[in-house]
Design a protein around this ligand. Sequence first.
Ligand SMILES: Cc1cc2nc3c(=O)[nH]c(=O)nc-3n(C[C@H](O)[C@H](O)[C@H](O)COP(=O)(O)OP(=O)(O)OC[C@H]3O[C@@H](n4cnc5c(N)ncnc54)[C@H](O)[C@@H]3O)c2cc1C
Length: 380
Amino acid sequence: MDFALTPEQIATRATIDAWMSDKFPPEEVRRFDQAHEMPTHLLAGFGELGLLGAPFPERFGGSEADWITVTAIQERLGYHSAVAAAIYSITVDFGGMSLMTYGNDEQRERLMPDLVAGRSGFALALTESTAGTDAAAMRTSASPVEGGWRINGRKTWISCADAAQWLVTPCRSRRGSVGREGISIFMVPRHAPGIHMTKLPKIGNQSMTSWDIAFDDVFVEQANLMGPQDDGFRCLMSTLGYSRAGQAANAIGQAQAAVDMTLSHLRERHQFGAPLSQFQVLRHRAADMQMRVDQARLMLYRLAWMIGRGDRCRKESAQAKILASEALQYVTHHGMQILASTGYAAESDMNRYWRDGRLYTFGEGANEMLRDLIAREMGL
Ligand SMILES: Cc1cc2nc3c(=O)[nH]c(=O)nc-3n(C[C@H](O)[C@H](O)[C@H](O)COP(=O)(O)OP(=O)(O)OC[C@H]3O[C@@H](n4cnc5c(N)ncnc54)[C@H](O)[C@@H]3O)c2cc1C
């Protein structure tokens, strides 16, 4: 077993550090968060750096790297900024891996080069107001018409849709069907007539914008139906390993940033004539925080290794996502306690980690549902 990153992976991480410090430094991360705006310049930058093409074939401009490299990229982006890792993951895991896994050759030839170059953004439009964890309860419909389909319905909480050219949109395509049956996935052009978007206010992840999207008689060409008609739910499930690994990597990156910030504070802040780091209870808390992050990271990189081998990893992707999101909860909760008023201040990064981190235990598969999935995979 080799736990070390390769020299190429270490170099990629260093490239990310240098690029993020220049193009999206901490003061900019704070500024975008306070303005509730998306840093839309990141996507093109990730394209120029070759990050978006990491897992994809050379003929699309990719570098055919393994999934451990993709995971290392996502983790490092998350360390610098949650929204940076989110933009990367949505594009690669939902956009690119959907095209590669269940798109057809024509769709890949048409869409992958722009995706890899950072010229087109993607968003996943799955959730509806009455279909959250139970995504198969979706009601948005796609009806066949001359040359394509008409989509009607409403999706909600769709991240980064304002910067997307394409909405990966599962719809109920067989009239009268229920549950997982009769669902198809469409690549919907975001600027198609009939799409109306409303921004949703929220408590965290402010620069990863969230949108309610109404589809009023939106026409989609037949060429933009992805995967088999009426069997789209199975396709969605087949890409969950990638997106859960991406979510876990982002959470671990943020968690490590929160631990590092806590360590600096423990060293620098003095009370009762000594640095906080001399109080044993706080030393032990710091040790526990790093252990939680390291434990989650081990599970994540095992998952990345399994993805690279093409193994079935439903249980492992659920495990990695649960451990990472709960590690993030743990370290931001205790980080806030250790930074106290410094962390509670409006401009503190700990404040942002604490608010942003809350999403991860229920987004991308609620942890309760994922524990159920693990139990099922264990034969219960
Ligand atoms: C900031 C943000 C970004 C998002 N981005 C996107 C996006 O880009 N695209 C997209 O499609 N969606 C997105 N979502 C939606 C997200 O995926 C849903 O919030 C999530 O699936 C949970 O659904 P829900 O909020 O409706 O909660 P519900 O499904 O109503 O769940 C409520 C509670 O009940 C629990 N629960 C539900 N079912 C069970 C069960 N069977 N057993 C035990 N407990 C259960 C859940 O764990 C949760 O604690 C986003 C949400 C947020 C807040």
